[in-house]
Write a protein that binds this ligand. Structure first.
Ligand code: ZN
Length: 352
């Protein structure tokens, strides 16, 4: 079962064997999406992980029918076989939802209603971000979520980081007051903020495409594969490996660059920039998830009260803004959104 405030890894089926050992830890877990729309392959991978590899942390399967050029709309019926196969594997049952467009209240309501009728299901909610940042739509969304009373797993659409958009953090917080468990899929560093503020679990994507839901383009065009980024801990943000290496040339303080994670093993974090292009993606991901796991454990240690965790997250966001500027980088916009829209204390909330 998913224990509270878990940090999950979100990967594609062809990365699952490599990610499983990193995700199989207390307060960890794995979300797997199909590789090239191969749902049968995804189910076979899940069965292998469970039976042959003895994967012990929560394992969730994301059909991702809401993604890509051929995505389905929210009104598309669930596939009963998909729901049944997850149950047969002993997994939490995630609905194979279609995409909830900005004006599709009917689709949203229908999706939640159908999910509530599936015993024990988690409704996957792939949303246009205006459902969170627009006050009217937010009220409609929370109304339907309350009425359905079913756990939801959010997937947020944005060209880049959905949490950079004003109002998305505030919208998430309001959804968290609906008294249903909320999960966040396809996320990045904001997973930590979401966990501090009460999501049951948040999943960090291995590659850019799994760290948000990319909008559909009206005209299909080839999307170049971006150079890998990784988490730079002092700035709480993903940065291209080349940018980290360049920044180091101007700022030599050893404490800023060294990393003790399993992937870096004491080396300066820009070591990956020296690898051939094709070999960078795996260590970039592994370093990122290890750093985020470390931060998760520091922020959400069992001895830390929830209010203290929220204060610590806000303070780290403020510090990351300063450090970004010191390095000559624009701070990640989400750092400011979290500080402004999710005050850590009741007093700050009143004066906001
Ligand atoms: Zn590292």
């Amino acid at each position: 079962m998913i224990t509270e405030r878990s940090l999950l890894v979100h990967c594609a089926a062809n990365q699952a064997l490599r990610c499983a050992p990193i995700a199989d830890r207390p307060r960890g877990g794995l979300v797997v999406s199909p590789h090239r729309r191969d749902e049968a392959g995804l189910l076979a991978t899940a069965a292998y992980l469970l039976r042959q590899r003895g994967f012990g942390a929560p394992l969730l399967l994301d059909a991702a029918r809401y993604a890509g050029q051929a995505r389905l709309p929210a009104s598309a019926p669930f596939n009963p076989r998909w729901l049944r196969r997850q149950r047969e594997l002993g997994l939490p049952v995630l609905t194979d939802s279609g995409y909830v467009d900005a004006d599709d209240e009917r689709g949203l309501a229908g999706l939640l209603h159908r999910a509530a009728a599936v015993p024990g299901a988690i409704a996957v909610l792939p949303l246009d971000p205006s459902w969170l940042h627009d006050r009217m739509r937010r009220a409609v969304l929370t109304g339907h979520v309350r009425a359905a009373a079913v756990p939801v797993a959010l997937v947020l659409e944005a060209a880049r980081d959905p949490f950079a958009l004003p109002g998305v953090v505030a919208g998430l917080l309001e959804l968290l007051r609906c008294e249903v468990p909320v999960l966040l899929l396809r996320s990045d560093v904001s997973a930590l903020g979401a966990l501090c503020h009460g999501v049951a679990a948040a999943a960090v994507g291995t590659v850019g495409a799994l760290r948000h839901l990319a909008p559909r383009y009206e005209v299909a065009r080839p999307v170049p594969r971006p150079a890998p980024s990784t988490v730079f801990r002092p700035t709480l943000s993903y940065r291209r490996l080349g940018a980290i290496a360049r920044a180091k040339r101007g700022h030599r303080e050893p404490a800023l660059w060294g990393c003790a994670c399993e992937a870096c093993d004491g080396r300066d974090v820009d070591w990956m920039a020296g690898l051939p292009e094709r070999d960078r993606e795996v260590p970039a991901f592994e370093h990122a998830i290890r750093v985020l796991q470390q931060l998760r454990d520091e922020l959400l240690d069992d001895a830390v009260a929830p209010a203290a965790a929220r204060r610590s997250w806000a303070a780290r966001c403020a510090d990351a803004v300063h450090r970004s500027r010191d390095l000559g980088w624009a701070p990640a916009p989400m750092l400011t959104r979290w500080r402004e829209e999710a005050p850590a204390t009741a007093a700050a909330r009143l004066s906001a």
